[in-house]
Design a protein around this ligand. Structure first.
Ligand SMILES: [Zn+2]
Ligand SMILES: [Zn+2]
Length: 296
């Protein structure tokens, strides 16, 4: 399995269609799972696309609109039936925490493992040794946040130079840790063989007008609201969503590497039209279908 795998479990806006489930994107990093939004039926989409729901550790909810969280009680309840023991962390915009708590408390779910609900505000949410997750505010008809997954930079040793010098594993580890080593009569400094590779960045910005934010600049993958085609621009303004064209323009401004469009209105039947509209502005655009997977 690749280090990063992103699976689009649902790509519809507001209501499901025959071919599209409600919003949910599952990011796996070395087996740790982060779920962005949890539309109704998300748990079944895990099964359909061969992903393990047990891997979910964090659920990042963009905002308190039904299409983004009606799947939550069902998913939590299924985890309990599967014998879940590890905690699940749920993240929601800070002002919406009481609503989500009330929503979950109103339903008997049989959950006997720890569930923590955290309030989201701009900035750092959590980090591990491998990655950090941030949030920044979007513009929608309710408080709504974008989520940014940033892999930690990786320190690597130049294999060719390691071979030339004939140094061994423990010494390479010392150099990677930033310490000089003494080898065959001389001191080798870390700069001679060690270099840093920047981590990869995934941005999830769904249910929003196009918003430029420094944190999203240089995203390897920008997952963006594309509820309407540009013909329906007025609807997008009224309902505070983005058109496909606007999402593409933003991807260009952010210098993203890949734009993945999602959250399509049921008015959009043909996704090749979406891709054609986006690619006029930003060539590396894809319209996500349910089950679409990116491996990095
Ligand atoms: Zn929505
Ligand atoms: Zn919404």
């Amino acid at each position: 399995m690749p280090e990063i795998r992103i699976t689009f479990l649902g790509t519809s806006a507001s209501v499901p269609t025959k071919d599209r489930g409600l919003p949910a994107v599952f990011l796996e990093y070395k087996g740790q799972g982060i779920l962005f939004d949890v539309g109704e039926g998300t748990q079944r989409q895990f099964m359909r696309f061969g992903r393990s729901v047990m891997r979910v550790e964090h659920i990042l909810i963009s905002h308190y609109h039904g299409d983004h969280l009606f799947g939550l009680p069902g998913l939590l309840s299924t985890l309990a039936l599967y014998g879940r023991e590890k905690p699940v962390h749920i993240w929601v915009p800070v002002r919406q925490v009481p609503y989500v708590e009330a929503f979950l408390n109103a339903i008997p779910m049989g959950v006997d493992y720890p569930v923590y609900i955290h309030g989201v505000d701009e900035g750092l949410l959590f980090h591990t040794a491998d990655f950090t997750v941030y949030a920044y505010p979007l513009e929608h008809t309710s408080d709504c946040y974008a989520y940014v997954f940033e892999e930690s930079p990786k320190v690597k040793a130049d294999k060719k130079k390691v071979k030339e010098l004939g140094i061994e594993g423990p010494l390479v580890r010392e150099l990677k840790a930033g310490n000089p080593v003494y080898w065959k009569g001389r001191t080798i400094s870390p700069e001679e063989i060690v270099y840093t590779v920047p981590g990869r960045k995934i941005v999830y910005a769904v249910d929003t007008c196009p918003i430029f934010h420094e944190r999203a600049v240089g995203a390897d993958v920008l997952i963006h609201d594309a509820t309407f085609l540009h013909d329906d621009h007025e609807l997008a303004v009224e309902k505070k969503h983005s058109t496909v064209l606007e999402a593409a323009e933003l991807a260009k401004k952010l210098n993203a590497r890949l734009l993945v469009l999602t959250h399509f209105s049921a008015r959009i039947k043909d996704l090749s039209v979406v891709e054609a509209e986006a690619r006029k502005v930003f060539e590396h655009s894809v319209a996500a279908r349910d089950g679409y997977t990116i491996e990095l």
